[in-house]
Design a protein around this ligand. Structure first.
Ligand code: ZN
Length: 301
């Protein structure tokens, strides 16, 4: 299972940002449902199975959480500890003054400005060459992913910003963040899990894996940058738990050389965002999106 934000409007995780997530109650009832059909396992259980030490039960379910946001300490960990369950948390290796990754700046700004408002605010800041680049990228994605719904239109803008124009718009989004949302660096420090929270979580039976430092699309960057991102995760994880570790590809972006680079840096497994129930490659383990399943009212069996 894969989870991101777990929060209720106005709670300490959401903190008035307007960024939606899976509600605490829906998360709890999904755990109730899953527990009827599956046996919850931990990352060490999966690791032992991959090392052929001990097989997994036939209906094993691993709970994973991406991005290392405070929701995971404030809400997920509290619930898991209470139920005596473990989770695998893929956190970002953010440095003190790094601020937010691009994806999270977009979340805040979308909540504040809306889709049309954000697009317009960005457009106003682009120079003619960048505007041309933007339009070209947008047209490409429109052909590939016809914007038939609001979600699709949001994903289309995200694709342009997170891939084609990521270098140009990253600093620009920081300016917009300061103008429309608040002090970015200060807010980011409180938004991502800190070392104290992570240590408390690991002491409480939680496990951590890598999710890169800057959250890029792995198919969009070069091999050198991929290696640097994976290396950053390995160095960062060392302070919290012994390897070998697991990794989750940012945005689920894949590249052929990732398994080799991951293996070289102490990672034994990697998780994608592809919906998949049976797995044959330890570096491409698919996941089910808990929030989407809850919205669709689906329980997979
Ligand atoms: Zn992520």
């Amino acid at each position: 299972m894969m989870y991101h934000y777990i929060r209720d409007p106005g709670d300490a995780a959401e903190a008035g940002s307007g960024i939606p997530g899976m509600s605490v109650q829906v998360f709890e009832s999904q755990l109730d449902e899953l527990s009827k059909q599956y046996t919850f396992v931990t990352w060490p259980d999966v690791r032992m199975a991959l090392d052929a030490v001990k097989p997994l039960p036939s209906s094993a379910c691993l709970l994973t959480f991406d991005d290392g946001v405070r929701d995971h300490y404030l809400n997920a960990y509290r619930i898991l500890r209470h139920r005596n369950l473990s989770g695998l948390f893929f956190a970002l290796d953010r440095l003190e003054n790094d601020g937010f990754v691009l994806a999270h700046k977009i979340h805040f700004l979308l909540a504040k400005l809306g889709l049309a408002g954000l697009r317009e605010a960005i457009w106003e800041e682009l120079n003619p060459a960048q505007r041309e680049h933007f339009t070209r990228a947008e047209k490409q994605y429109q052909l590939k992913y016809p914007p038939i719904s609001m979600d699709r239109r949001i994903n289309l803008l995200k694709a342009v910003l997170q891939r084609d124009l990521s270098t140009e718009v990253d600093p620009l989004l920081s300016d917009l963040f300061e103008r429309h949302v608040g002090p970015e660096k200060e807010m980011a420090r409180a938004y991502y899990l800190n070392a104290v929270q992570i240590r408390e979580m690991t002491a409480g039976g939680m496990h951590f894996g890598g999710h890169s430092r800057n959250h890029p699309w792995f198919d969009w960057i070069d091999a050198e940058t991929r290696t640097a991102e994976i290396k950053a995760s390995a160095n960062w994880l060392q302070q919290f738990e012994a390897g070998p570790w697991a990794f989750a590809y940012p945005y689920g972006g894949l590249s052929d050389d990732s398994p080799r680079i991951l293996k070289e840096h102490g990672f034994l497994a990697a998780f994608t965002t592809q919906t998949q129930l049976r797995h044959s490659d330890p570096y491409f383990i698919g996941r089910l999106d808990g929030e989407e399943m809850a919205q669709d009212g689906v329980i997979y069996d």
